[in-house]
Design a protein around this ligand. Structure first.
Ligand code: SAM
Length: 458
């Protein structure tokens, strides 16, 4: 069959397990696109009010679903409420790797090293327990904002977003229980979704990516505890970025491969790395209902020496009694939750986060931590969008529910015309889920939806 796919890629895959050239080309020729979402278990909503047409579950993920077609996510208020994340189905397999290798009921420190825009981070956040902490890191400055936006909308209290180079994590040696490295790659697995990736692909790019993947792993691995779990993934089909990296990790870092249980009808190909026979999981788009993906799981060997980190004094201020009583009226606090002041902002932490952030502060650039609940300007509290998204707004705060048209106008940040007797700061909701805050004044309504996240031109 004639193909528009790079010949060098097809040639390089000929001997790779599970590769079926004709079926692979056919899958890239078909115009049928697969759309899937992962629901946020903390933000349930009535599908009847959304434009998601769910067909069936993604078999390897508890909250993943395929859709009949691609709706306009931008015009769905539930999307902006953080009720779901639009995620490619194959990459939702990360759930299996985590569930099968970790005791997720235990408090864990988890690092998602290459995290933007936040697909894997939101998945991890939904799986770990409240006493665990997730550090979502992104090295590229222009991508940190979208990661922060997606994590804020997801609403979990136990996350930290950092903006650091992988080697900065070396200062945290033996710190994390789990490290997820969803590495930058040559992107051949996404050719069906992103034709620009095909234009950029070359054998040279594969080599560059493979070298970069080794560098990222070598830089960050000291931060994983002995006995800790490493999950490595790419959206590339190339062996140089997958099984060869698995061999390199085994040889250079001494990590031990972990095999995962998979069901036959998932049609995932299990590979063995050429040198060490270490397990890898390949997703071919002609075999699975998803795009190209590769994942491998490892355990870092136990060694005698491990570092312990004593909590250093953190750089946060505590709230005065008067400030505390103001914010108490805004937030539904749970046991172990506490407020701290960070520059102008007031943050809500749980106990696990307090300990971890005080250590991270000494060596990382923290972009956000916990829930940013708002600021105090003289005696007025200005609530943040993060508070609305967290679902922790105090029940005494007035609520106005909008229909779809008004909700979209709110999300466009245009002036609102709402007929309500409510006055002052108000939580804006759409069918039970918070969209943000507005301040209702006698003669107008101030829309506090974050300017940079508003819907533009739709
Ligand atoms: N995990 C993300 C998700 O599921 O939404 C996708 C991550 S994407 C495959 C790889 C990420 O690595 C990108 O956000 C990219 O900016 C970042 N990256 C690029 N170069 C890097 C480097 N040298 N070190 C660490 N991360 C890098």
């Amino acid at each position: 069959m004639e193909s528009f796919l790079p010949t060098a890629l097809l040639d390089s895959l000929k001997e790779v397990k599970g590769f079926d050239e004709q079926a692979f080309i056919q899958a890239h020729t078909s115009s049928h696109s697969i759309v899937s979402v992962r629901l946020n278990p903390t933000k349930s909503f009535d599908l009847a009010h959304s434009n998601l047409q769910i067909t069936d579950p993604v078999p390897w993920n508890t909250h993943g679903y395929y859709l009949a077609q691609r709706p306009s996510f931008t015009l769905d208020p539930f999307f902006h409420a953080g009720a779901y994340y639009v995620q490619e189905a194959s990459s939702m397999f990360l759930e299996q790797a985590l569930v099968q290798t970790c005791d997720l009921s235990r408090p864990l420190r988890v690092l998602d090293l290459c995290a933007a825009p936040g697909g894997k981070s939101t998945l991890i956040q939904s799986l770990i327990c409240a006493e665990s902490v997730l550090v979502c890191n992104e090295v590229i400055k222009t991508r940190v904002n979208v990661l922060t936006e997606n994590m804020t909308k997801w609403g979990g209290i136990n996350t930290v977003v950092t903006h650091n180079d992988p080697k900065d994590f070396q200062q945290l040696s033996d710190f994390f229980d789990v490290m997820v490295v969803d590495a930058p790659c040559s992107g051949s697995g996404l050719f069906r979704k992103d034709s620009a990736a095909m234009d950029e692909w070359s054998e040279q790019l594969v080599t560059i990516c493979s070298q970069r993947q080794q560098r990222i792993l070598a830089d960050a691995l000291p931060a994983l505890k002995p006995g800790g779990i490493l999950i490595y993934s790419t959206c590339s089909f190339s062996e140089a970025e997958n099984e060869s990296i698995v061999d390199w990790l085994t040889a250079e870092a001494g990590v031990e491969s972990i095999s995962l249980q998979i069901k036959e009808d998932w049609h995932i190909t299990v590979t063995a790395s050429p040198q060490y026979n270490a397990a890898g999981y390949r997703f071919y788009p002609n075999a699975v209902r998803g795009e190209g993906f590769f994942l491998a799981a490892f355990r870092k060997p136990f060694s005698v020496e491990t570092n312990s980190f004593s909590a250093v004094k953190n750089k946060f201020d505590t709230l005065s009694k008067a400030e505390q009583s103001i914010v108490d009226g805004w937030v539904k606090k749970a046991p172990g939750h506490c407020f701290v002041k960070w520059q102008k902002d007031i943050l809500l932490f749980n106990l696990a986060l307090q300990q971890v952030v005080s250590i991270l502060q000494s060596c990382l650039y923290i972009k956000s931590a916990g829930i940013n609940i708002g600021t105090l300007m003289r005696d007025e509290f200005i609530p943040s969008h993060g508070l609305a998204m967290s679902g922790l707004t105090h029940e005494n705060i007035p609520v106005v529910s909008l229909n779809e048209e008004a909700a979209l106008n709110y999300l466009r940040r245009v002036d609102l015309l709402i007929d309500t007797a409510t006055k002052g700061w108000t939580l804006i909701r759409f069918y039970g889920l918070a969209l943000g805050f507005a301040k209702i004044l006698p003669n107008r309504i101030n829309n506090y939806y974050p300017k940079e996240w508003r819907i533009i031109n739709k």
